[in-house]
Design a protein. Structure first.
Length: 229
């Protein structure tokens, strides 16, 4: 019965995500076509890199690093980078540090970034309650791409984000992809394999915490082809 519930819930999650249209089918088609003409040095330019130190039930698990594509998603990256840096507007609670990954759909996505309610019902951006959607350039073409979560309508993303655990082309065009995990994807895989979840809510049964977060100092560079897949 538990397995049946898990499968049913996963299907419902998938349906809700794929119905979360922030752009029409024609708009998505036009954006994907336009993205093909963007030079790699712009499309894959890493303007900032965020790190997150992860704890699992109060035990240090390791660090992940996320390359951010600020050339093609400047609004989204500006928001995400500021929340990684934390203490925005001198508010120690305005950032990702100390917040959980509140949702894990195994073999699909892990989601976090609710900096207000910590359970997937809240969040806020540095621009206000939400931030504007940007043209979609990148796709969920490999594990480790990072996208904004939203409230199933346009311009409703705030601080919540998700990392896809597998290639997920059915998400393409439904969420703004703005980054890629370049270090520590093995930690995400470990969480996916070992952490059980509530089969009805996908809430992890162990606390997965962003114990610390910040920015890695570097000059902008173009992400190497081997790290794009």
């Amino acid at each position: 019965m538990t397995n049946l519930l898990s499968i049913t819930t996963a299907i419902l999650v998938l349906v809700s995500i794929c119905n979360a249209n922030i752009y029409s089918a024609e708009e998505r088609k036009q954006m994907f076509k336009a993205a093909e003409d963007i030079p790699d040095e712009e499309k894959w330019r890493v303007t900032k890199t965020c790190y997150m130190d992860i704890e699992l039930d109060d035990k240090p698990l390791g660090r992940i690093e996320i390359a951010l594509f600020g050339e093609v998603a400047p609004i989204t990256v500006g928001n995400f980078a500021a929340l990684c840096k934390g203490n925005y507007n001198k508010d120690p609670k305005f950032g990702y540090k100390g917040t959980p990954f509140h949702r894990l759909v195994q073999d699909f996505v892990i989601q976090g970034g609710d900096i207000t309610n910590f359970d997937g019902t809240g969040g806020k951006s540095i621009y206000g309650k939400t931030l504007a959607d940007e043209p979609i350039v990148h796709r969920h073409s490999a594990p480790g791409f990072v996208s904004m979560a939203h409230m199933l309508k346009p311009n409703s993303a705030s601080s919540q984000f998700f990392i896809n655990i597998v290639k997920a082309k059915w998400l393409d065009g439904h969420h703004v992809v703005f980054g890629k995990v370049i270090k520590g994807m093995d930690l995400i895989d470990q969480i996916n394999e070992k952490v059980k979840t509530n089969p009805e809510t996908q809430v992890p049964m162990k606390e997965i915490l962003i114990a610390d977060a910040g920015l890695v100092k570097h000059s902008p560079y173009v992400l190497e082809p081997e790290k794009r897949v």
